[in-house]
Design a protein around this ligand. Structure first.
Ligand SMILES: [Zn+2]
Length: 310
């Protein structure tokens, strides 16, 4: 009997490993909304599972129609990770239509929100410090829901938060080369409240002066903006990758200043498509800040090694 005991034990261990393997990650399904939320969630989940993204690059989060496949994935999901603060007004309908019964993780929960005229700006992720809080919150929430993977979630989140901290340092170093009174920004829609307050930038105006990119500016709004551009000495208008740049081009031409559009747009509500060089939160933010530096006449600091190709 003594002779076979170790074999039996080894056999039992092997059997239990095999039995355990499929229970982890593969069976824990996570669905995400925006491209930024997808990136933060994928950073947390890492190799330990897969994430199904509802929104693809260049889609607006403010208005979205889930496909039949999206609803199917949602119906099977254990968790839905979303931004919140009314960025995704279509989510309640999608949850009802799919019959989703999992847990909803609202990633903006730990962020202190800013509002104007009583309306909260939902674009909280544009400040990397908020991105870091959101990532931490996603990791904590997923850890509670799927404790088997909590070590991996927390380890992955900690590593990503270090990168976000380096990103924040790099942005600060790059923009500090420009005197604060010259850090003037005009964008397409109001998507950068948190970014501008983090880096002491003045948002002179937006072509669509609303947090929602579906709104239409009036002729009087446009005239007022052109007047403000002339008064403040803004050097450039930035279009956004998710919004047609025609109005931005018209305003820039009338104001006699430069317009950054097309490949030189800012990434606001969406990250870039795969292969664009801006398909992650970190690379899209580096893209944005490099453009701002260029418009303000300074060179971006060298990008730290840890932030290259991530
Ligand atoms: Zn937006």
């Amino acid at each position: 009997m003594r002779g076979i005991a170790p074999v039996l034990v080894a056999g039992l261990v092997a059997a239990s490993l095999v039995a355990c393997a499929p229970i982890e990650s593969a069976e824990f399904r996570v669905v995400t909304t925006t491209t930024q939320i997808t990136d933060f969630t994928e950073q947390v989940v890492g190799e330990s599972g897969s994430v199904y993204a509802l929104l693809q690059a260049n889609q607006s989060a403010h208005s979205f129609d889930p496909s039949a496949r999206d609803l199917l994935e949602l119906s099977r999901a254990d968790a839905l990770v979303m931004n919140g603060e009314h960025l995704e007004p279509w989510v309640d309908d999608a949850i009802a239509a799919s019959g989703f019964t999992g847990s909803v993780i609202v990633a903006s929960d730990p962020v202190s929100v800013q509002s104007r005229d009583g309306v909260v700006d939902p674009h909280v992720w544009t400040d990397p410090k908020n991105a870091s809080k959101m990532t931490q919150f996603i990791a904590d929430s997923l850890s509670q829901l799927n404790p088997d993977r909590s070590d991996a979630y927390r380890r992955n989140a900690a590593k990503y938060e270090q990168q976000l901290s380096l990103l924040d340092d790099w942005i600060r170093g790059t923009l500090d080369q420009v005197p604060a009174e010259r850090r003037l920004l005009v964008t397409n829609h109001d998507a950068f409240t948190y970014f501008v307050s983090a880096y002491d930038i003045t948002l002179v105006g937006s072509i669509i002066p609303e947090f929602d990119d579906n709104a239409e500016p009036s002729a009087a709004d446009i005239d007022a903006l052109i007047e403000k551009i002339a008064q403040t000495g803004v050097r450039a208008i930035f279009a956004e990758s998710s919004i047609a740049p025609k109005l931005a081009q018209t305003v820039a031409a009338e104001a006699g200043i430069q317009v950054f559009a097309g490949e030189n747009s800012l990434y606001s509500d969406t990250l870039g498509a795969r292969g664009s060089g801006a398909d992650t939160y970190i690379s899209a933010t580096i893209h944005n800040v490099s453009l701002l530096a260029q418009a303000w006449g300074v060179a971006p600091l060298p990008v730290p090694k840890e932030l290259q190709n991530v």
